[in-house]
Design a protein around this ligand. Structure first.
Ligand SMILES: [Zn+2]
Length: 84
C-alpha cells in the first residue's frame, strides 16, 4: 500500500539516536519502503498505520554496524519477519 509521509512532519522528525539526524522516507535500496531511514546512522524505523515509530528498540540497521554497543549475541540465527 502506498503511504506518503507528510513533508512538514518529516521536517520535524529526527532520529532518536545520538545523531538526531533528519530522516528520509524509504531506504537507499528501496525508496518506496514504508520506513524512515536516518541520514546519519542509517537506522530504519517502521511506519505502522501511517505513524512513524521512532523508537530505537523498533529500529534496525541494515547490514552490520560498526559501533555495535548493544549486547548482541554473536550468533547468526537472526529471526527475520518478512512483512510483505
Ligand atoms: Zn540516526
Amino acid at each position: 500500500m502506498a503511504f506518503t509521509v507528510d513533508k512538514q512532519l518529516l521536517e520535524i522528525l529526527a532520529c532518536p539516536a545520538q545523531d538526531h539526524a533528519p530522516l528520509v522516507k524509504g531506504t537507499p535500496t528501496d525508496p518506496g519502503a514504508d520506513v524512515l531511514s536516518c541520514t546519519e546512522c542509517g537506522r530504519q524505523y517502521p511506519i505502522r498505520d501511517g505513524i512513524p515509530v521512532l523508537l530505537l528498540d523498533e529500529s534496525h540497521r541494515p547490514g552490520g554496524d560498526e559501533d555495535a554497543q548493544e549486547d548482541m549475541p554473536d550468533g547468526s540465527d537472526v529471526t527475520r519477519a518478512d512483512g510483505a
